[in-house]
Design a protein around this ligand. Structure first.
Ligand SMILES: [Zn+2]
Length: 262
């Protein structure tokens, strides 16, 4: 009798676990002007709140480029890091890929994948949902990637040469992440002469957002928004520099002068 009761309890708990687990994995989808959002039951009470971030982000991106998104896209809100990793493993053909703790989202022409923002405090480092300005900027950053991918010859950014600084710098700058703190960090690094020699190394190290973002900020100030927008199609540094009619060393020299004068 005692053993039977134990078995029934274990069975019951097992079924309960399975039902909770499978409920978490049931995806719902809704359409919102220009994009579909998919989320699991875990987020059914958060989705309205998240939607305000998506709507504001999309509006900001379109205002920045003074142009609408070209194509429809998907936003997938993952309930866990395992769920996001399995998507990235599939998308990137890397079955053993495990994301680092600061990675919470990605964006390409067709879709934006993101860990449910309310899970960031427990599942990620460097990001906290409790800071609405940072949350908005991060979501906008990913939407800039979507917008950029829809205009790039490599829509999923898999075929880029020397362009990481531009892809990430554009998303950092256009989303508002290149704020006064980041600019002053770059100014200080410049004073200490701690700036990488080539653009290809700007998207590396602790200052990667500030370094890459301020180069795009400089391009915007020097060449204007229309010219900056025209660069979205290029997937290699040579073509981008050719379009600007500058060499890499001229661009870096002028960027330094621009930052020093800020
Ligand atoms: Zn990015």
């Amino acid at each position: 009798m005692h053993i039977k009761l134990k078995t029934i309890c274990i069975l019951f708990l097992g079924l309960l676990f399975l039902s909770c687990h499978s409920q978490r994995d049931i995806w719902n989808t809704y359409e919102q002007g220009g994009y579909h959002v998919s989320y699991t039951l875990l987020d059914q009470h958060n989705i309205k709140e998240y939607e305000t971030y998506f709507t504001k982000g999309k509006r900001r991106v379109e205002a920045f480029f003074q142009s609408p998104f070209k194509d429809h896209f998907y936003i997938n809100i993952h309930p866990s890091r395992v769920s996001l990793d399995s998507t990235w493993q599939q998308d990137w053909g890397m079955p053993d890929f495990k994301s680092q703790c600061w990675m919470v989202a990605s964006g390409t022409a067709a879709k934006l994948d993101i860990i449910s923002p309310k899970q960031w405090d427990s599942l990620a480092c460097e990001h906290s949902y409790s800071n609405p300005i940072h949350t908005q900027r991060l979501i906008t950053h990913e939407l800039v990637h979507v917008f950029h991918g829809q205009r790039n010859v490599s829509p999923d950014f898999s075929d880029l040469t020397g362009m990481d600084w531009f892809v990430e710098g554009l998303a950092t700058y256009a989303s508002g992440q290149c704020d006064a703190t980041r600019v002053s960090e770059v100014k200080n690094a410049l004073l200490r002469n701690e700036i990488p020699d080539t653009l290809s190394t700007f998207w590396s190290g602790k200052l990667r957002y500030g370094l890459s973002g301020t180069v795009v900020m400089y391009l915007d100030a020097r060449f204007g928004r229309e010219k900056l927008s025209s660069l979205l199609r290029y997937n290699n540094l040579k073509d981008l520099l050719h379009a600007l009619e500058v060499t890499e060393s001229e661009l870096l020299r002028d960027w330094r002068d621009y930052i020093n004068a800020l």
